[in-house]
Design a protein around this ligand. Sequence first.
Ligand code: BGC
Length: 451
Amino acid sequence: MSEQFEFPRDFLWGAATAAYQIEGSPLADGAGPSNWHRFSHTPGNTTNGDTGDVACDHYNRYRSDIALMREIGLKAYRLSISWSRIFPEGRGRVNPRGVDFYSRLIDTLLESGITPNVTLYHWDLPAALDDRGGWLNPDIASWFGDYATTMFSSLGDRVPMWSTINEPFVVMDGGYMHGNLAPGHRNMYEAPIVTHNLLRAHATAVQAFRARNAPDTRIGLVVNLDRKYPASDSPDDAAAARRFHGYGNEHYLDPVFFGRYPDALREIFGDAWIERPADEMQLIREPIDFLGINYYTRMVVKRDFSRLPFKMSPVVQADAQHTEMGWEVFPAGLTEVLTWVKERYGDIPLYVTENGSAFADPPTAINARVEDPLRVAYLEAHLKAIRDAITKGVNLRGYFAWSLLDNYEWSYGYTRRFGIVHVDYQTQERTIKDSGRFYSRIIQSNGTSLG
Ligand code: BGC
C-alpha cells in the first residue's frame, strides 16, 4: 500500500457516543425515566451497581466537549437523542426543554464546523413505553414514528444525517434473548416479535423522513456486523457458522434490502418463528440512503448441540490478542464485512459508525497524558482495514471512532474504557489520550500519514 494513499476528499472523520452512556442528569429539565434508568437502578443488573446518573456529565459539559472535538479536528460527531427527554411519558406531550438541549448541542456543533450525525434510538426507551410492552408492542412503530417526526421538525433544518436505530440486533439479543441489557428479558419467543417491531419502527421513521422531503439530508440504519468463521473444515462447523451468520449479520439487512427474513432464523427459532404478511415486509423494505456499520471483532464457531437454539458455541483463539471485553482483535474482518455488504446488498454509501477497543487505562491521567499504545495499534490497524476496503471499491464515506469519551459501558458500568479521550470519573477532567492524538494526525493528513 502506497504511503500516499489519500482518503476521499470529503471523507467524514468522526467519533461517536450515545445519550445514556455520556449525558448524566437523566431526569433533568422535565425528562422522564428511561428503561436504562430503571434497569441500572435495579440491583444486580450492572457491575458495581453503576448507573448513568452522572456518566460523563456531558449534559452540562457539552460545550467543553465540543471544544475537545475541535481540538482533535473531528469533522463529524455521532450522537443519540434520549427519547424520554423529548417524550417524558413516552408519547403525547413533548417536553420543550428536552428538545432545547439537543437544539443547543446541534447549534454548538455547527458553529464549530462539526457535522452532526444523529441517531434516534440508541437503546434508551422511555420507561412509560416499556410499561406498555416496549418493543413487544406493535404500536411502538407509530410511537417511534411520532417521536421521529418531532425530531425531524425540530432539528431537521440543521441535521444532515440521521439514523433510526442503533444495532437492532443487540436490542433484541441483549434485551430480550439473553437479558444482559435492558429490559433484561430472557425469552426466545419474544425475539422474533421484537425484531419485527424494530424493523417496522425503523421503516415508519424513514417514511416520516421522506414525507418532509428535505433536500440534502439523508437517513440510514446502523447495524453491528462481525464475520463468523467455522472452527474447522468440517461441514458441521461450516453449517454452524452459516446459521450464526444469518442470525447476526443477515437478520436485519435481508429484510431491509430484500424484504425477507433469512432462512437461518426459521431454523434457529423453530416454532417461535412467526411468518409475516407481504405488506409488512414491503414496508420494511423502504429504501434508506446509507448504511452505518459498527465493527469490533469476529467470531470463530463450532457446532455444539448442547447450546440451544443456536447449536453452536464460540471458539476462543488462544493465541490472538483480545480486548478487555474479551473480543478478539481482528482488523481484516472489517475489510471483509465492508466488501461483503457491497457484494450482497449493492453499492449503497457506507459509514463505519462505530469501531474501537476497551483497554485498561489508569483512572487518573499522569502528567496530563494517557499512554494507550494498544488502542493506538487497534485504531491504526482498523484504519488500514478501511483503506483496504476503499481500494477494493467499497463506497465508504466516513469513519466514527467509538468512542469520543470513556463512558458508561452498559451492564459493565464504568469498568471498560473505550474513549480516545480519557475521563477521570472523580473530577470529570478530560485528557486526550495518545490514541486521540494519533487520530488527530490521521485526520489532519486525510489519512496520508497512515503509512
Ligand atoms: C454499542 C455501544 C457500546 C459498544 C461497545 C456497541 O454495540 O453501540 O453503545 O458501547 O458497542 O460495547
